[in-house]
Design a protein around this ligand. Structure first.
Ligand code: B12
Length: 166
């Protein structure tokens, strides 16, 4: 006898079958290239409304093409905005992120302290007390046509010191 649990498992499996996965992947690839897709229009509208100084992209491997697309949209509207990529994929393959020239910095590993230091550096670098990006651990960037990786940052050992996000 097939139990109720087993039947629902079969249904779930069919819904997320490999065929369906590839159909959706094709749709995703088409959407990436389609300028008129509502998602890009929405992102353009939001960037135009907000005019950010810094944009952070959280990039898992399947999101690389859309992250690159967003980076291009941001720079076309706000050329001076800094674009930072973090997450699993940039942590493992930071060099690949710089195949998209719009990406300015990669944060490798945990982002809480690194992103704070980097954003502080962006603010300081508008004034006279300029910060050297080489002194920030756990980032990668391009300098004189070469990719620079600063030393790894140690993992946070006091997670309770982090504030809860609101
Ligand atoms: C929770 C989770 C999910 C949840 C997400 C819920 C949500 N709304 O957030 C759900 C179930 C929806 C999900 C779905 C998927 N997931 Co998932 N998921 C995870 C999991 C278990 C934890 C991620 C997490 O939130 N960690 C906590 C945060 C705080 O840590 P973090 O992500 O590492 O981010 C830190 C740094 O990377 C960095 N950082 C990250 N982003 C950024 C951005 C900036 C600007 C900066 C400065 C720093 C920074 O700072 C953060 C804090 O230190 C990871 C496994 C893992 N242990 O990490 C897999 C994982 C991320 N998932 C993965 C995958 C493949 C997927 C799916 C593609 C699966 C699928 N086939 O559908 C989908 C993608 C969905 C989507 N649209 O993006 C893979 C990614 C692999 C890769 N090479 O990229 C992982 C690593 C699991 C694995 N080992 O395979 N996932």
């Amino acid at each position: 006898m097939i139990s109720h649990k087993k039947i629902s498992y079969v249904h779930t499996f069919e819904r997320y079958s490999i065929v369906r996965y590839f159909q959706q992947f094709n749709q995703y690839q088409a959407a990436i290239k389609d300028d008129s897709h509502p998602i890009w229009q929405e992102i353009k509208a939001e960037i135009t409304r907000f005019i950010p100084d810094v944009v952070g992209l959280s990039v898992a491997t399947p999101k690389v093409p859309s992250a690159f697309r967003i980076a291009r949209i941001v720079k076309s509207i706000c050329p001076s905005a800094k674009i930072i990529a973090g997450g699993q994929h940039p942590t493992l393959l930071p060099e690949e992120m710089f195949t998209c020239p719009e990406i300015d910095f990669v944060i490798r590993g945990e982002g809480e302290e690194t992103a704070g230091e980097l954003i502080d550096a962006f603010s300081s670098n508008k004034g006279i007390n300029k910060v050297d990006y080489f002194s920030i651990q756990g980032i990668s960037f391009v300098r004189n046509g070469k990719i620079v990786h600063t030393p790894e940052r140690l993992l946070l050992n006091q997670l309770d010191s982090l504030a809860f996000s609101r």
